[in-house]
Design a protein around this ligand. Sequence first.
Ligand code: 13P
Length: 252
Amino acid sequence: MPRPFIVGNWKMHKTLSEARDLAITVRDGLSTSSDIDVALAPPFTVIGSLHEVLKGSSVSLAAQTMHEAAKGAFTGEISPLMLKDVGCTYVILGHSERRHIFGETDQAVMKKARAALDHALIPILCVGETLQERETSRTFDVVDRQTEHALRHVTPEEASRSVLAYEPVWAIGTGRTASPEQAQEVHTFLRKAVARSHGDSVARVIRILYGGSVKPDNAASLIAEPDVDGALVGGACLDAPSFLAIVAACRP
Ligand code: 13P
């Protein structure tokens, strides 16, 4: 069984002083036991500062997106080299807000996943269907296509270190969580897809997180599902007590 992994995706929230306060409270609120992995994905502007705050702690840093090139004339973009330089361990790729608001394609996620691994960043690869796709029975087709692209140029060894995140678009920021059974159904499907593309041993260890309205009161029942290895938390990670309560609920 993979170790549980809880990631707080801060999205476009927190000024520098607010970010430092939140990160310090999270850092100090976590016990030092190493039975669970925790990462924070703050906005780019505060990553460097939080690296100082979190140095020597058990909390890792993730970025929320990146460009695939190491450098170049790409105004407004951030490269994997830069993320590594300021202390990121992980990078979230293909989040549904990137896909649906900013037009990020499966091809782009494929290139970014390769680039992240080339720069020793661990990709957190997001997949998930819209409400309309679910209602027209296309959930499995959609997550299969997104996962296949994201992992297409990733070796089995790299895939075993990578992270998948199932985030049904209809559950993000809506307060409408997937039921534990709905999450488990898709997670099992994803694990089988990884087994087909990268082998059984990779499928056993790759971490598959659930995201979409995870809160302190539903986290335990989601993580209790055999194929749910952790959570990608949005709104509830902006408040330290609620994020810490989610981490506590997910401890093995
Ligand atoms: P919410 O927890 O606010 O639904 O957001 C989930 C998410 O998008 C995490 O990446």
